[in-house]
Each structure stands twice: as structure tokens, then as C-alpha cells.
Write a protein that binds this ligand. Structure first.
Ligand code: NAD
Length: 257
């Protein structure tokens, strides 16, 4: 399957799942725009590396996904957007009565509202090009809940709902919108949760991974960024042209429980 001639914009893609998705899309031939809120030499170097490795055009565009104007500016600056992957996300864990308001606001802005703004800006470009794919990176927590993650779970359920609405609004056009729901993937976001969990449960790293983090993931394996990228590439294929308004779980059986 070749995505040659298509431009993909992946939000929050200077690390983790977003970077993995950008690499898999570039491997399939798409030109890619990677993004985060920083503007460091190493961010631009990541884009150069992708271009070099896969023979595609790759750019890094700095835009803070907590800022509505910056979300829309990212799409405007890219100039074309055939594939939009809304991936940027942050996490904070606390009981709801202790959950800091600024953390709630930041999670809703970055994990949910940014996708509203980027999608609104990208759809006219997809319509002009006569083809488009919107892929929202939700979570198993877009379908189920866990304690202490109120903002994250609200945002992820929200993005699943928004994906269905966008799918209905584009149903009679060659544009699809879906959400991917990963279980645990070992990325910096998850790595950052390990020390506190080790302390909380008084366990070593491996024990925390298998018994606590992967407790609800029946495969007892992390999903990988390559598997997530491969799922996005599949959703961009002709085989997936009638897949719209739904979720695809990549969670080792979590939501089958
Ligand atoms: P990560 O921390 O490695 O990556 C998050 C990305 O978002 C980074 O590139 C970061 O720079 C970017 N980002 C954060 N704030 C931003 C902002 N204000 N503006 C622009 N970019 C910003 O985490 P990850 O695990 O790769 O997570 C990526 C997505 O996958 C998130 O939406 C997350 O909720 C989702 N997810 C992750 C897992 C997992 O187990 N890792 C599971 C399910 C869903």
C-alpha cells in the first residue's frame, strides 16, 4: 500500500506513539509533518531523519496543542492535510476531589479540544483534495474507566464520541474518521508513571509492570508504537474506506474482559 503523494500531520509526535506513527506513515510513502510545543534542534532533526530514512518530505512544525489558535495554525502552515492523526496527550493521576483544576483544563485542552480545532481546520483541505483520513488516538480508557484518571478518561471518551460525529458529517464523502484505542504502550508517558507506582505498591519495576500496569491487559505484553503506526496505515488503505465512526482496540484483550 502506498501513501505516496499524501501529506500526514501527526500532533504530539516528537516522541512515543506519535513518532512511531509518523515513521510508519513515512515508511508507507506519506510526506509527514511532525509536531510538539517545543522548538529545539533535535525536534527538527527528527524530521530530517525521517526524510532521510524513507525518502519522503518531512517537516517539524512547532505548535502548542493547548492553544486553539496554534492548533489551527499547524494545519494552515502545513498547507495540505490528507491524513490527520490527533495524538498529542498528557496524563495526571489524582482522586477527583484533589484533582487540580489547571491539570483538568490542560488535559481537556490537549487530549480533546485540540482535535476539535485541528479537524475543523483540516476538513476543508481534505474536501478540496477529494480524500481524507482522520485518526484519533484515544485509549482503552476511551471505552472503560479506572480510578484517579477523571480528566483523561473524560477526554478519551469525548474523543471517541467526536470521532463518531465527524464520521457522520463526512459519511457521504471519501473521508473517514475513527479512533484507535491502545492499551498500555511503553512510551515516555507510561515510563513516567512507573516510579510513583513502584513506590505506591512497594514493588520492583518488573513486578509493577506485570502485576499493576498490565493487570488489565490479558496478553501481559505492552502494545508497540509500530503496531499503532501499522493500524493507522491500515485505516488509510482502500480496504478501510468503509470503516468510519468506530474504534479499533490495540489492547492485548483489555476491553474483552
Ligand atoms: P508521550 O508523552 O511519549 O507523547 C506525547 C506527545 O504529545 C509528545 O510528543 C509530547 O511532546 C506531545 N505533547 C504534549 N503536550 C503537548 C502540547 N501542549 N502541544 C503539542 N504536543 C504536546 O506519550 P504517548 O504514550 O506516546 O502518548 C501519545 C498518545 O497516545 C496520547 O494521546 C495518549 O493518551 C495515548 N495513549 C497512550 C497509551 C500508552 O500506554 N502510552 C495508551 C493509550 C493511549
Amino acid at each position: 500500500m502506498s501513501l505516496k503523494g499524501k501529506t500526514a500531520i501527526i500532533t504530539g509526535s516528537n516522541s512515543g506513539i506519535g513518532l512511531g506513527i509518523a515513521r510508519e506513515l513515512a515508511k508507507a510513502g506519506a510526506d509527514v509533518v511532525i509536531n510538539s510545543f517545543t522548538d529545539r534542534d533535535e525536534d527538527h532533526a527528527l524530521a530530517s531523519r525521517i526524510a532521510q530514512d524513507h525518502g519522503v518530505a518531512a517537516r517539524y512544525i512547532q505548535a502548542d496543542m493547548s492553544d486553539p489558535e496554534a492548533c489551527r495554525m499547524l494545519i494552515d502552515k502545513a498547507e495540505s492535510c490528507d491524513i490527520l492523526v490527533n495524538n498529542a496527550g498528557i496524563q495526571h493521576v489524582a482522586p477527583i476531589d484533589e484533582f487540580p483544576t489547571e491539570k483538568w483544563d490542560a488535559i481537556i485542552a490537549i487530549n480533546l479540544s485540540s482535535a476539535f480545532h485541528t479537524t475543523a481546520a483540516a476538513l476543508p483541505l481534505m474536501r478540496a483534495a477529494g480524500w481524507g483520513r482522520v485518526v484519533n488516538i484515544a485509549s482503552a480508557h476511551g471505552l472503560t474507566a479506572s480510578p484517579f484518571k477523571s480528566a483523561y478518561i473524560a477526554a478519551k471518551h469525548g474523543i471517541v464520541g467526536m470521532s463518531k460525529t465527524v464520521a457522520l458529517e463526512t459519511a457521504q464523502e471519501p473521508i473517514t474518521c475513527n479512533a484507535i484505542c491502545p492499551g498500555y504502550v511503553l512510551t515516555p508517558l507510561v515510563e513516567a508513571q512507573i516510579p510513583a507506582t513502584m513506590e505506591k505498591y512497594d514493588m520492583g519495576r518488573e513486578e509493577v509492570i506485570k502485576k499493576v500496569m498490565l493487570e488489565r491487559q490479558p496478553s501481559k505484553e505492552f502494545a508497540t508504537v509500530e503496531q499503532l503506526g501499522g493500524t493507522v496505515v491500515f485505516l488509510c488503505s482502500d480496504a478501510a474506506a468503509q470503516i468510519t465512526g468506530t474504534t479499533i482496540s490495540v489492547d492485548g484483550g483489555w476491553t474483552a474482559l
